[in-house]
Design a protein around this ligand. Structure first.
Ligand SMILES: Nc1ncnc2c1ncn2[C@@H]1O[C@H](COP(=O)(O)OP(=O)(O)OP(=O)(O)O)[C@@H](O)[C@H]1O
Ligand SMILES: [Mg+2]
Length: 298
């Protein structure tokens, strides 16, 4: 039986998570291929379709793990989804699957799935109508405005100043141009004990959780300056249900408690990092992921 070959797809090949996972896989005897989207070419003709990266035929991979899709430009986004879909058809197992990644990258789609699974989500408005958005804000003030597709808390804002209310159209117009790309997601503000919980789901298990706090903002993402601390609140069932409803294999579920201790699902992330959560976890998460990927690909 030949050596197992696993592709690591990332638009940030020098990130901690890529390097630590590559090391963990190599230590376990896996041949690792770094797949950097702008180094991949697809050549198609009548009866030939080749997808290669720096001369390596990607259709020969046993599995491709998508660490981050990147791609804020629609062209690059379609290209990356296209090549992952083509590789899926060629028999390469893609984690997370393309269909689940598409669900999670689009907050309106993941909200739809969470709602149809009857999971607790904050009251949410999704619209392109600036009038409807302004009306929701007036009716649910203070509330949270966020982009339909985002990263690391970018563009997530709490609308809580009277000033913003008085100038709501300007505020919404500005947000739309900066972050929203023409659509608005507005949500009731879950006022809680000042932290949210990130659960890391691998396959059918919650392998790690952390609480995230940020003294300066409601946005607790580690990328946005949030800090991790250990978590003793059991979110297992809710996190697994959320992961399942978007068919995620390796995901990060964001859950926020309200002041009565009720838990609400904010979103499910298709390409979660684990640098922050590793700081409050007593085993090597990269090694755990590596062993799981090898198990899947053999
Ligand atoms: N309705 C809400 N009530 C209170 N806090 C919220 C609410 N929505 C978001 N937040 C805070 O903002 C943070 C970021 O929001 P969210 O997870 O929805 O977007 P995101 O992390 O930017 O998305 P992505 O990871 O896909 O980029 C949450 O972790 C939470 O701390
Ligand atoms: Mg989030």
């Amino acid at each position: 039986m030949g050596e197992t070959t696993i592709g690591l797809f990332s638009s940030d090949p020098w990130s901690k998570r890529v390097i630590s996972l590559e090391n963990a896989l190599s230590k376990l005897g896996v041949e690792v291929v770094q797949v950097i989207p702008w180094k991949v070419s697809r050549v198609g003709s009548t009866n030939n379709h080749l997808i290669h990266s720096e001369g390596f035929d990607l259709s020969t991979l046993d599995l491709m793990f998508v660490l981050d899709l990147g791609a804020n430009d629609i062209g690059a986004f379609f290209n990356r989804i296209g090549l992952l879909s083509a590789l899926t058809e060629m028999g390469v197992r893609i984690i997370n699957s393309v269909s689940s990644t598409l669900l999670m990258r689009n907050k309106s789609e993941s909200m739809r799935k969470l709602i149809s699974a009857q999971l607790p989500v904050p009251k949410t408005l999704i619209t392109e109508s600036i009038e409807d958005a302004a009306e929701f804000i007036r009716a649910n003030f203070p509330c949270v405005l966020k982009p339909i597709t985002g990263f690391g808390g970018l563009g997530v804002q709490l609308i809580e100043r009277e000033f913003d209310l008085d100038h709501i159209y300007d505020y919404l117009k500005f947000h739309s141009q900066m972050f929203g790309k023409g659509a608005y997601i507005l949500q009731e503000f879950i006022r809680g004990p000042g932290y949210d919980i990130r659960a890391l789901v691998l396959d059918t298990q919650v392998i790690a959780t952390m609480q995230r706090v940020n003294a300066d903002s409601i946005v607790t993402n580690i990328h946005a300056g949030g800090t991790p601390r250990s978590n003793d609140i059991d979110v297992t069932e809710l996190a697994l249900d959320a992961a399942q409803c978007v068919r995620g294999s390796f995901v990060g579920v964001d859950i926020i408690p309200d002041s009565d201790g009720n838990l609400w699902v904010l979103e499910v992330n298709a390409t979660p990092g684990w640098t922050g959560i590793q700081r409050v976890t007593d085993f090597d998460i990269s090694e755990r992921i590596a062993k799981w990927l090898i198990h899947l690909s053999t």
